[in-house]
Write a protein that binds this ligand. Structure first.
Ligand SMILES: [Zn+2]
Length: 419
């Protein structure tokens, strides 16, 4: 299959043994008609407007929409050993945070952080990811996606557990910088409210780590557990917590779960993305559904950190289609979304593979608010499409796409740029 010979200034009809529109049933001997980077028609080949088009015949391949990675930290790619070798005790998230802080405390050349972040983003693109939501802390992180083939939405992540520190953080945010909050346990309530308010005013999404570990919930509910020790230690180190003071004097401890806390602060709406959402009660799942808040699952990271398996059915039965994210290489063995689908299927053998594939595409588009242009193969959407090698029957397509992980062979269909 040589697509490069095609004149992308004229309509192109891609024909393949199978087409996966995602929002419609599978199509056997299907076609996708593309013009100026947009999809014009998706149908069986015999019903397509063949006389107006150049035809690209794909053999033994499936056409699928580009994948969407809803949560990654590209700037941490230079610390990949932390995730691949699991250099921390499983199930102890504060131990992982301590290990991460030790690693980040070592001097690292910014050009190296950028180089490895870009390599990770390029690898994501090669593996079929067309859109990434990237979260970073460092100033260097803003430049990682420059000149990337994959589209990247970047957010600078803020954290400050005390009100005083939160005021200082807010005062230092440069105009125009897209910011978000790290997590309910690492941000004072005032910081959460202000950051969400700014996101609302500019109409942008608000990704935040929520309910990742049981330890997080224990701390938010009662101010106890590993996070109490961790935050006490950190605040003592910087002199913010002095003798005679209680941690609860300085830090927000709402006395409820993470999602309920966000609900009380009126932070939940259709542009808030709850990343991880592993420890969510049924009542909290109702809050997510009623506010149309979004959910991003990170099954690979959850497995490496040992924080538990997400209760995915509590979202599905409320008609929330989550997106998928890999999180960073410090808490995952790779950033491959095919692997992420495989892990989710292993964790939930009762989930239909087509539902998992929908999460990696349509669910990602819903989560990031881009269904008007990505997430499926349908007229009017951008022609960001992949060809996946496949030699099976129509019945095995979804199990194949979801269960092969890094064995999947994928290439981009060069459909030109959107005009
Ligand atoms: Zn993360």
């Amino acid at each position: 299959m040589t697509v490069r010979a095609v004149d992308l200034h004229r309509p192109v009809l891609y024909r393949a043994p199978f087409v996966v529109p995602v929002t419609r049933p599978l199509i056997e001997d299907g076609g996708v008609l593309v013009d100026a980077g947009r999809i014009i028609q998706v149908d069986s080949f015999r019903r397509m407007r063949q006389e107006t088009s150049q035809v690209v015949e794909l053999e033994a391949q499936i056409i699928v929409p580009a994948l969407i990675n809803c949560h990654v930290h590209l700037e941490l790619s230079y610390l990949a050993d932390l995730g691949s070798q699991a250099l921390f005790p499983k199930g102890d998230i504060t131990a992982w945070i301590r290990a991460l802080l030790v690693e980040r405390g070592q001097p690292a050349p910014p050009e190296e952080i950028i180089r490895l972040g870009r390599a990770a983003l390029a690898a994501l693109y090669r593996r079929g990811v067309g859109l990434v939501c990237d979260v970073g802390n460092g100033a260097v992180s803003q430049t990682i996606a420059d000149d990337s083939e994959a589209e990247c939405l970047f957010f600078q992540e803020m954290l400050a557990v005390t009100e005083k520190a939160a005021q200082s953080v807010l005062a230092g945010i440069p105009a125009g910088l897209q910011c978000t909050a790290h997590a309910p346990y690492s941000c004072h309530g005032s910081l959460l409210v202000e950051l969400k308010s700014a996101a609302r005013q500019s109409g942008r999404i608000f990704p935040i780590h929520v309910a990742e570990s049981a330890d997080e919930i224990e701390f938010l509910q009662g101010g106890t557990g590993p996070f109490q020790h961790f935050l006490t230690e950190r605040l003592q180190q910087v002199g913010a917590l002095v003798d005679g003071q209680e941690l609860s004097d300085l830090v927000s401890i709402p006395g409820c779960g993470a999602v309920e806390y966000l609900s009380r602060l009126q932070l939940l709406d259709s542009q808030t993305i709850c990343v991880h959402a592993v420890h969510v009660s049924e009542a909290e799942a109702d809050m997510l559904a009623s506010t149309q808040a979004k959910v991003c699952l990170c099954p690979g990271s959850n497995r490496v950190l040992g924080v538990g398996k997400v209760n995915v059915w509590q979202f599905i039965k409320r008609h929330i289609l989550p997106g998928l994210g890999t999180d960073s290489l410090t808490s995952n063995i790779c950033l491959d979304l095919w692997h992420e689908m495989q892990v989710l299927q292993e964790d939930h053998p009762d989930l239909l593979p087509e539902l998992i594939f929908a999460m990696a595409t349509q669910g990602g588009a819903e989560t990031l608010g881009v269904t008007h242009r990505l997430g499926a193969l349908a007229p009017g959407l951008e022609a960001k499409m992949l060809a996946v090698d496949y030699r099976g029957s129509i019945d095995d397509i979804y199990p194949f796409l979801v269960n092969r992980g890094r064995e999947i062979t994928v290439s981009w269909l060069e459909a030109g740029s959107v005009s």
